[in-house]
Write a protein that binds this ligand. Sequence first.
Ligand SMILES: [Zn+2]
Ligand SMILES: [Zn+2]
Ligand SMILES: [Zn+2]
Length: 330
Amino acid sequence: MPELLSYDFMQRALIAAFLVGLAAPMVGIFLVQRRLSLIGDGMGHVSLAGVAVGLFTGNQPVATALVFAVAAAVLIEVVRARGRTSGDVALAVMFYGGIAIGVVLISKADGDTPTNLDSYLFGAITTTSTSDVWTFAVLAAVIVAVTWVLRPRLFAVANDEEYARATGMRVTALNITLAVLTAVTVVVSMRVVGLLLISALMIVPNAASQLLTGSFRAALRLAVVLGVVASVGGVVTSYYADTPSGGTIVILAIAFFVVASVLSGLLARRRARRQEHLDEHSHEHGAGCGHPAIQHGDHVDYLHDGERHAAHADHWDEHHIVSAGPKEDR
Ligand SMILES: [Zn+2]
Ligand SMILES: [Zn+2]
Ligand SMILES: [Zn+2]
């Protein structure tokens, strides 16, 4: 057994990381779809005010952060539903207000506040207490269950709100549900990833998985796998490298995104090439297929789109014609 598993605090950290890695991309996929990628970031800012109120009043910061984030989530959706043009200004005021209140209150709270603030902003997973883990486990289970059950409806609303409304779906209720799920995810993740970076764990695994997959179902599945691997892997790495968990997790997630970008470029090129071949070869070249036949050593090439193609059992050979004279054979 690796030594890190022999520490209670690392066991708690790994459980928390697993839960966060699972829940964050599940909620995030709908945010990506609705082009609300940064809303989690905003809720992180508001949650900081909640943490500050908790520290200041001697309440559980997790609980007060939850109250603040959920209230902000509902408010955001109400403002959005009103359709006022000033909607994003209202959000901006709320987000900056959140972080301003947070910073001011935390500076007035007792205890070693600077370290405390850091741990909420950037994650300090080893500070996760047993009661935190239980709270997170219950909340994460709720997030996963609700997201899973509402998945088809959330998908419909995220995809085309107007249409969903026309078919009689309770769009506003679903939007508020998604906002609340986002808020709860932010709070659950603050110990692991931190309030400033949690949005990345909701968005980046989805961005990576959407590069590689074609369907919503496949994208969701891959995003959850990437989220869990980045989250748990980030915690393990942060233990050995002695780095903050949040930043390490997000760097891993971004590394996956970079790999996915490269892979998807290669896949697209291969697909294009295969498509090209299919387009061109709706028939098998042969005597009388309409393409000029040219004897080439032991086989016959057919002149086709400026290239010579030769069927060789199960594959095609392509000879690019370098010289000007198409009849020249070398
Ligand atoms: Zn032909
Ligand atoms: Zn040939
Ligand atoms: Zn051909």
